[in-house]
Design a protein around this ligand. Structure first.
Ligand SMILES: *Cc1c(COP(=O)(O)O)cnc(C)c1O
Length: 366
């Protein structure tokens, strides 16, 4: 079977050496030396500051909302945050879980990101934040989004779960927003098995979040405020350090797969439009088919041959029961009904990939 993605497994020897160190120190969690080392190395690799490692990408979002005051009600009413229906469920469910009402706005039909032109009509007195997503690592219109946030005094939290290592105009896209969050889940480009991070614009927000992820404890005998447990542990950090050492090979091999797909499909199918001034991470390759029927047929044909392509993101989140809203999002609904994410991981062989491409092309001609 060829899955849609495969977790990257780094050198076993190196991982064993890190684990030997953990055994010697008997320091397993609570800001251990490997968590500290991974923090420093990621800040350097990504070219950013104020990075906080946490236990997963969903808690990264929740801690960011709390730190930035997004969860506080407005004159007795629940706060609102404007986000996109074309994303992984955690973007919107994390808001709802924190008592913030997600308000969807439709996406751009080329970039597949939140369309900034739709934001202002969705702002109400309860709106506290914008929560856009760099979908498949494609940077949002960050300048336009920041201008709207400044004008209306809103916080911006980017769900950057797909944007590890992405640079826009030569700089990390993670520098945009009051905070940007990463997921280091096993299926992501860079991973720690489970894990995540928050990159804050301001140092004082980082310091506040450090307390929140450790039960609000600020000293041996002092509990400063309401907190939760969202700490990363030493074993996860060890995996991260090993994967980070091998990023270059991982990215090169993903880029080769990505470019082969692009060449094969850019003329016959619609693909995501990405800006020119971009250093991309080749995290995902998605294509749009002509109709939902064709999408389902292609997916079924691939499955017959043991290839898993995922309808990612489907369905559009406004139609999910626990998040349902009484409004229509025609672009998101349309794109999510016709999209397939194709297998993309570092050990996908050329032969396997040609097989996938040919199966899809045959189905398109049928
Ligand atoms: C993976 C992902 C998350 C959740 O991250 P976890 O580490 O799995 O909790 C959130 N948002 C997006 C867009 C994701 O792809």
């Amino acid at each position: 079977m060829i899955p849609v993605t495969k977790p990257y497994l780094p050198s076993r020897e190196k991982l064993d050496a890190y684990i030997d160190g953990i055994y010697e120190r008997n320091w397993l969690t609570n800001n251990g030396p490997l968590v500290q080392e991974l923090t420093r190395r990621l800040e350097e690799y990504l070219g950013i500051e104020n990075l906080l490692l946490v236990s997963n990408g969903t808690l990264a979002l929740q801690i960011a909302y709390r730190t930035l005051g997004v969860t506080e009600s407005v004159e007795g009413k629940a706060a609102e945050a404007i986000t996109t229906p074309f994303t992984f469920v955690a973007t919107a469910s994390s808001l709802k879980w924190e008592g913030v009402e997600p308000v969807f706005v439709d996406i751009d039909s080329d970039s597949w990101n939140m369309d900034p032109r739709n934001i202002e009509a969705a702002i109400t007195p309860q709106t506290r934040a914008l929560v856009p997503v760099h979908v498949f690592g494609n940077p949002c219109e960050v300048e336009a989004i920041q201008a709207i946030a400044d004008q209306h005094n809103l916080k911006v939290i980017y769900d950057a779960a797909h944007a590890f290592g992405v640079k826009y105009k030569g700089e990390s896209v993670l520098k945009w927003g009051d905070a940007a969050t990463l997921s280091f889940h096993a299926t992501k480009v860079f991973h720690t098995i489970e894990g995540g991070a928050i990159i804050f614009k301001r140092r004082e927000d980082l310091e506040k979040a450090k307390l929140l992820i450790n039960f609000g404890i600020s000293g041996p005998d002092r509990i400063n405020e309401l907190g939760i447990n969202a700490k990363m542990n030493e074993f996860n950090a060890a995996m991260g350090l090993c994967v980070l050492d091998e990023m270059e090979g991982n990215l090169q091999s993903r880029a080769a797969v990505w470019r082969r797909y692009k060449k094969a499909f850019e003329k016959s199918l619609k693909v995501q439009t990405i800006p020119k001034e971009l250093d991309y991470n080749y995290a995902y390759f998605s294509v749009l088919f002509e109709s939902e029927e064709q999408t389902v047929n292609v997916s079924a044909t691939l499955k017959e041959y043991g290839v898993v392509a995922r309808r990612y993101f489907y369905p559009s989140l406004d139609s999910v029961d626990c998040l349902r809203v009484n409004a229509e999002y025609p672009v998101s609904t349309n794109i999510s009904s016709r999209i397939l994410c194709l297998p993309l991981f570092d050990h996908l062989s050329g032969a396997e990939q040609w097989n996938i491409i040919n199966l899809i092309k045959t189905e398109l001609e049928a």
